[in-house]
Design a protein around this ligand. Structure first.
Ligand SMILES: [Fe+2]
Ligand SMILES: [Fe+2]
Ligand SMILES: [Fe+2]
Length: 400
């Protein structure tokens, strides 16, 4: 199959889509990051801060709670945001992840300080001008998003929220920033935008004028960081996506895909299990046998993977498919779409074979990792029952 390998990845689309993955996690609320991004951007716009600050606020909001995914305990969003120590822990983790990514430096600082209070009573005890303005804006956007009862645009709710913001002026919040939000709250549009379930579309309307496009190298760095988050979710899979991505890349080169396409395959490898962020840890980490209902929940993960990655337009016809189809089988026995035959591409199967191989050679709580040959033999069994193409399997075996 010939695929256009030239690719333009928009940073706003990518971060918005990855934020969906972060918010699907069990301890989060859906679209929390996107809604925070909307509110914070509107405040920044109202305040007439520089274009650079506006953009950093918009982008950083998508990732502001990225540190929650790798916290040892599964606290709820409300718990995390009402405990000083938990506030500090996830802000610190988030800072460490984002600081190494190819973004403007200020973004990671905004994440580090997104729970500081204006009066200095926050997790790092810094106050007023010592807190970056973008962090102060996100702090307020985040606070509003969590406190506001979604969809309720009654006068009672509006008054309650206004009182909450007013009474925290000069304490939690910079008075000028709070006033900007209060002004927004006087408009119907603000409440209506937040009350309808079209967060994606509404965000598209306010996306920064100059769309940022990232390079393949930058995309690789961001995808790898997410692979670490995905793998870190369960102690049994701590190197799964990383190892798999290496094999997918190796195999892509071996069968002669060009450099660009091989890199895209690697990215599909890094992100193939991103939908696992939506699967509760108590199921992922369950030591014994899963009930059939629990297994049904595990089986939702490639569905989420495809949905999340398809939000990036330039991923929709390749990376999202290759990653999202990794549990499909030629004989129609796979999931979640029961694709069969030529509905499943060579690329899908490469990710699928590498996934099984990787899982087999890794240690599991109930067994040691298998040797190469044993793992290959098990995959051969799947080929024999019509799951994968024999030629692709043979090439994989040679490549390994
Ligand atoms: Fe937070
Ligand atoms: Fe938050
Ligand atoms: Fe998977």
């Amino acid at each position: 199959m010939r695929i256009n390998t030239k690719m333009e990845v928009r940073l706003d689309e990518l971060l918005s889509s990855l934020s969906l993955a972060l918010d699907l996690a069990e301890n989060k609320s859906l679209d929390h990051s996107r809604r925070t991004s909307y509110i914070s951007f509107r405040i920044a716009d109202k305040l007439k801060v520089s274009q650079k600050i506006k953009e950093n606020v918009y982008y950083a909001s998508f990732l502001h709670d990225i540190g929650i995914s790798n916290m040892p305990n599964q606290n709820s969003l409300e718990e995390i945001h009402s405990d000083l120590n938990l506030k500090k822990v996830h802000s610190d983790i988030g800072y460490k992840i984002v600081k190494n990514l190819p973004f403007d430096n200020d973004m990671s600082k905004y994440i580090l300080y997104h729970h500081e209070n204006y009066d200095g009573s926050g997790p790092n005890f810094i106050a007023k001008d010592d807190i970056p303005i973008g962090a102060q804006i996100i702090a307020l956007g985040d606070y509003f998003e969590i406190a506001h009862k979604r969809k309720d645009i009654s006068n009672k709710e509006k008054a309650r929220m206004k009182n909450l913001i007013k009474s925290n002026k000069n304490k939690k919040f910079n008075p000028e920033i709070a006033d900007a939000l209060l002004e927004l709250m006087d408009t119907d549009k603000f409440w209506l935008d937040l009350s309808i379930n079209l967060n994606h579309e509404i965000l598209n309307l306010i996306t920064p004028e100059k769309v940022k496009v990232i390079t393949m190298k930058e995309l690789g760095q961001i995808a790898k960081a997410f692979a670490v988050i995905i793998d870190g979710k369960s102690k049994f899979t701590h190197l799964h996506s990383d190892g798999l991505a290496d094999n997918v890349y190796m195999m892509s080169k071996y069968i002669g895909y060009d450099k660009q396409k091989s890199v895209k395959m690697k990215i599909a490898g890094y992100l193939h299990d991103i939908g696992k962020l939506a699967v509760p840890n108590k199921i992922l980490d369950k030591p014994g046998k899963l009930t059939s209902e629990e297994f049904n929940i595990i089986k939702t993960h490639p569905y989420w993977t495809k949905l999340i990655l398809s939000q990036v337009k330039s991923f929709r016809h390749d990376i999202a498919q290759w990653a999202g189809n990794h549990h499909e089988k030629l004989n129609g026995q796979g999931y979640p779409e029961k694709l069969r035959g030529n509905e499943i591409t060579e690329e899908d199967q490469i990710v699928g074979i590498c996934d099984i191989y990787q899982a087999l050679i890794e240690d599991r709580p109930y067994r040691k990792g298998l040797e190469k040959l044993k793992a290959l033999n098990i995959i051969k069994g799947i080929v024999d029952s019509g799951g994968f193409d024999k030629k692709i399997y043979e090439l994989f075996k040679e490549a390994i």
